[in-house]
Design a protein around this ligand. Structure first.
Ligand SMILES: [Zn+2]
Length: 191
């Protein structure tokens, strides 16, 4: 099992937060009514004049500063790429959408169950998980999303330590096994 951490937005608000993102939404499935793979925002605007954090959050998207991009590029990893996003307003900053290309899976012991699969668009909806999140040893990515729950971003322990040593701001790292299902009371279980 891999030692992985969920990257998330800290509770403090030292850094600029996004007011709005201009999106070109993907088409909605005529059968299940869901949208397909999310497309990146075309431009964003900020709520305030606070300084830009090295990560900026707009779940499930995350944007990175020039400094964070440079630090990640040093890893020469196939796990992600960068698309520059326009900032609407007077800021001089530059910002990039972090496109995460790698996906891993929960281990079977997490008991994540396929609930629905759309026959038209193929979108699959999974249950949440038992206890904390565990990722299998067959995951070889350093920075990835989970196939079953793509809204979250995870990073392997050594990369987490590297980002901390580079003083990357505006991110918390939560040990994956401490990431519990907030909606456990809605949990659908295997019969
Ligand atoms: Zn569908």
């Amino acid at each position: 099992m891999m030692n992985v951490y969920k990257m998330s937005r800290p509770n403090y608000s030292t850094f600029a937060r996004i007011r709005e993102a201009n999106m070109k939404y993907p088409p909605i499935c005529s059968s299940c009514g869901r949208v397909g793979d999310r497309v990146r925002p075309l431009s964003i605007s900020f709520k305030d004049e606070k300084p830009l954090g090295d990560l900026t959050w707009l779940a499930p998207d995350v944007f990175v500063s020039e400094k964070c991009k440079a630090a990640l590029e040093k890893l020469k990893s196939p796990d992600f790429s960068f698309d520059e996003v326009e900032i609407i307003g007077n800021r001089k900053d530059r910002i990039w959408h972090l496109k995460i290309l790698s996906k891993c899976k929960f281990t079977p012991e997490c008991n994540v169950v396929l609930l629905e699969e759309c026959k038209i668009c193929g979108i699959r909806i999974f249950s949440t998980w038992d206890d904390g999140i565990k990722v299998g040893a067959d995951c070889h990515a350093g920075l990835f999303r989970l196939e079953e729950h793509a809204g979250m971003i995870f990073v392997e322990g050594e990369i987490k330590n590297y980002l901390i040593s580079e003083h990357i701001t505006n991110v918390d790292f939560i040990f994956s096994e401490e990431v519990k299902d907030e909606f456990a009371y809605l949990r659908q279980r295997k019969i």
